[in-house]
Design a protein around this ligand. Structure first.
Ligand SMILES: C[S@@+](CC[C@H](N)C(=O)[O-])C[C@H]1O[C@@H](n2cnc3c(N)ncnc32)[C@H](O)[C@@H]1O
Length: 457
């Protein structure tokens, strides 16, 4: 190992930082060996103390910044250093966007094998704060009362907060009320190690256009004490439409179970993207940044190039957001999604908007798409918007067999995007300009939309 690893634990080195890792760490090289250092930024020369090293890479602690990056900024959030929610608030927003553009381009070159991929500058927000419409706050017993906040970086310790710079500020009130209720009623918060304690998480959803709010308390039990007291307190939240209890008794990192009870009101919010109205349940996927989503979907719509005569397949459709966006300009749209509740929402959303040419099917895309194809549905345009792991290979293979004119790929992970585009490109599709959209400001994540056009039969 000594031959392979040129750095030693507890020793200090001088290093230049050249890149940013997935968790926002600065990455540099010592004798060609990669070293990851939290809080360091590209363009900086630093003194680093090695804290951990293995055969492939090392981690170090930032001891001193010898030369500062011109893009280093003072984070707006007072708990940025400890909290695992954001990872780039110490980098100017312009530099964050440049990093995301580069991240997409690098992945397309390195993983996709594209020689000179065209990538637009990442599309950012005018005001990249308070943008999220969904919050999930873990609740734990703290040293001085109840801790409600976010997990610390690379840990399940809670960073206790009253407010968050990327969440809707309505959440500040929700946190305050639930904290008061837990304290006054002397309720035991959940303990991950023993699996004991009642209150695990607070989950909220807030409509960007409508201002509608639902608050869901996730419990390791079937009920909560003094339910009416909590409901009464939460009713003073502006826009409150539902107060829910999610029953999750499993010792798991999955936040919500399938069992949700309504304590008051209804179990969904209504919101709009463009002029389309959506009903959104607590469990369904819904893009977290409504302002950027509007732009993202408009780009997807434009790239789809619909004239009104096309059959469209929307794979990984969630609650039918993109499907319904496109349906007005298509002959027919079929949306496929694995979460049944989301498909129920999608069907309801079609009715809500008087859209009659959209059909939704619940099930794993890898199975459903080949059935749809065998039943004779030939898509002219396919939209895919998979989770981070990208498209299942059976989905890609069926798309290739189906030979749609255009495939619009919406992705939240440049690596799997590049992997999948390479397969399409090897099978008769040419890549268009990739368009990164900053859906997740102050984190390292980036959304991208790319058009693949069929060039041969
Ligand atoms: C990134 S989201 C996109 C949702 C939707 N297009 C939108 O913009 O709101 C990915 C969706 O894929 C769904 N999904 C995950 N695995 C799936 C599978 N094997 N088959 C079908 N859908 C799946 C998830 O439940 C989620 O709704």
């Amino acid at each position: 190992m000594a031959d392979l690893c040129p750095v030693e634990k507890n020793k200090e080195y001088i290093m230049s930082v050249t890149d940013i890792g997935n968790d926002g760490e600065g990455i540099g090289h010592i004798e060609g060996f990669a070293v990851f250092v939290k809080d360091a930024l590209p363009g900086e020369k630093i003194r680093v103390k090695i804290t951990k090293a293995n055969k492939k890479l090392a981690y170090g602690r930032l001891m001193e910044i010898i030369e500062h990056s011109e893009y280093r900024t003072e984070p707006e959030c007072p708990v940025f250093k400890r909290c695992g929610g954001c990872s780039l608030q110490h980098l100017s927003y312009e530099a964050q966007l440049d990093f995301k553009t580069k991240k997409v381009k690098d992945a397309l070159m390195r993983i996709g094998g594209f020689k000179n991929p065209q990538v637009k500058d990442a599309f950012g927000m005018d005001k990249p704060y308070f943008y999220r419409n969904k919050a999930q706050f873990p609740v734990r017993k703290g040293n001085q009362g109840v801790d409600i906040g976010f997990y610390a970086k690379r840990s399940h310790d809670i960073v206790n907060i009253d407010s968050c710079m990327i969440q809707n500020s309505i959440n500040d009130k929700v946190i305050k009320i639930v904290r008061e209720y837990i304290t006054e009623e002397n309720i035991e918060p959940y303990d991950e190690i023993s699996g004991k304690g009642l209150i695990r998480h607070i989950v909220t959803r807030i409509g960007h256009v409508t201002g509608e709010v639902i608050v869901c308390i996730v419990v390791n039990g079937s009920s909560i004490p003094k339910k009416n007291k909590l409901v009464e307190k939460l009713l003073c939240i502006d826009g409150i439409k539902g107060i829910l209890l999610n029953v999750n008794k499993k010792n798991t990192n999955v936040i919500l179970s399938d069992i949700t009870k309504v304590l008051w009101g209804r179990d969904y919010i209504i919101d709009y993207i463009g002029d389309i109205k959506f009903q959104i349940s607590i469990n369904s996927f819904y893009q977290v940044n409504p302002v950027q989503t509007n732009f993202l979907y408009s780009r997807a719509m434009e790239l789809a190039g619909l004239t009104g005569n096309e059959n469209v397949l929307d794979i990984y459709c969630g609650i039918g957001t993109i499907s319904l966006f496109l349906a007005r300009k298509a002959k027919k749209v079929i949306g496929v999604e694995i979460v049944e509740k989301a498909i129920e929402d999608a069907k309801r959303n079609a009715k809500l908007n008087n859209i009659n040419n959209a059909e939704f099917i619940a099930g794993p895309a890898e199975k459903i798409i080949s059935e749809v194809y065998s039943n004779g549905f030939m898509a002219d345009v396919v939209i895919v918007d998979p989770p981070r792991k990208g498209c299942d290979i059976n989905v890609i293979n069926t798309i290739i067999e189906m030979m749609p004119k255009r495939v619009v790929y919406v992705s939240c992970d440049p690596s799997t995007l590049a992997r999948d585009l390479k397969i399409l490109s090897d099978n008769g599709y040419s890549i268009g300009e990739a368009e990164p959209v900053d859906q997740f400001c102050h984190t390292t994540h980036v959304e991208t939309v790319v058009l693949m056009s069929r060039v041969q039969k």
